[in-house]
Design a protein around this ligand. Structure first.
Ligand code: OGA
Ligand code: MN
Length: 292
């Protein structure tokens, strides 16, 4: 079977045909998909329903997996695999979570523009989301191309961001949502990560504007200056011409680059079942360097 790529948007995102992700991929296929990720930043595969084990095995072929915050919180999971990240509105027993369930804070925070785990001081690369149950209405996901956002950034904003770094904090979006009862000890356990606002993608060589809802400070600026700049940058980066919107079908598998894109879930009735499962990879070379 030959891989087929059908672009879904003028700037990025493609649908991939001619592949069964549940079977082991040969090296040439992984390399072809990596190259396609450098170009498209977001790949959609239809009709790939997966078991938990199949999803973990598929994802591992693209790099070491990172379990995100659960590594530190040790929060219980409804899955048999540590590496699977629960992107659902379900409680541990599989029933739809009640609206006072703390889990829904994460579900709602996912509806703000972000890059997965940018609050970790780790070189995060891809996320891969498998759709198991999707609601009839709403619950689409949107991605914005941060490379295109950099390319189109007006000169005054370029001057404002060049040479500056931003703090990305896991708590910032949650505090904004009213979940603000963290102890100093909890806050200290997840210190913010610092990333340049302008990054060069290591394998595509493209420059990109690295912002998102986790950003709460910018080097050399006061907090209010930083917050207004971040709002302006997110507004710029998420203009409609930079955004692809995905309407989920059960069995979809979507893979994106967290350096090159922002994403957000869209509103849906939280009483309707939505069950998606994610894995996230570290940059291969950086992970090898850390292990050495
Ligand atoms: C994620 C995420 C958004 C959504 O899986 O990382 O942010 O639509 N998902 O569920
Ligand atoms: Mn996410």
């Amino acid at each position: 079977m030959a891989l087929e790529f059908t672009p879904l948007h003028p700037l990025f995102a493609a649908e991939v045909g001619g592949i069964d992700l549940r079977r082991p991929l040969d090296e040439a296929t992984v390399a072809a998909l990596d190259a396609a990720m450098d170009r498209y930043a977001l790949l959609v595969f239809r009709d790939q329903p997966m078991t938990e084990s199949e999803q973990v095995a598929c994802a591992r072929q693209f790099g070491p997996l990172d379990a995100g915050l659960r590594k530190a919180t040790g929060a219980p999971t409804r899955f048999g695999h540590e590496e699977l990240i629960d992107i659902s509105n379900l409680s541990l027993d599989g029933s739809v979570a009640g609206r006072d369930n703390a889990k829904l804070i994460g579900t709602l925070a996912n509806q703000l523009w972000h890059s997965d785990s940018s609050f970790q001081p780790l070189p995060i690369a891809y996320s891969m989301l498998s759709a198991v149950v999707v609601p009839d209405q709403g619950g689409d996901t949107e991605w914005a191309d941060l490379r295109a956002a950099w390319d189109a950034l007006p000169d005054d904003l370029r001057a404002a961001v060049e040479g500056r770094t931003a703090h990305h904090s896991t708590f910032h979006s949650r505090i904004m949502l009213g979940d603000d009862k963290y102890t100093p000890e909890q806050l200290n356990r997840f210190p913010p990560a610092e990333w340049p606002l302008v990054r060069m993608h290591p394998s595509s060589g493209r420059k990109l504007l690295f912002v998102g809802v986790h950003c709460d400070r910018v080097s050399g600026l006061t907090v209010p200056e930083a917050r207004v700049l971040i709002a302006d940058l997110i507004e710029h980066a998420t203009q409609r011409q930079f955004v692809y919107r995905h309407k989920w079908r059960a069995g979809d598998y979507v893979m994106w680059d967290n350096r090159s894109t922002l994403h957000r879930g869209r509103r849906y009735d939280l009483a309707a079942r939505r069950d998606l499962r994610r894995t996230t990879t570290l940059e291969r070379q950086a992970a090898q360097a850390q292990a050495a």
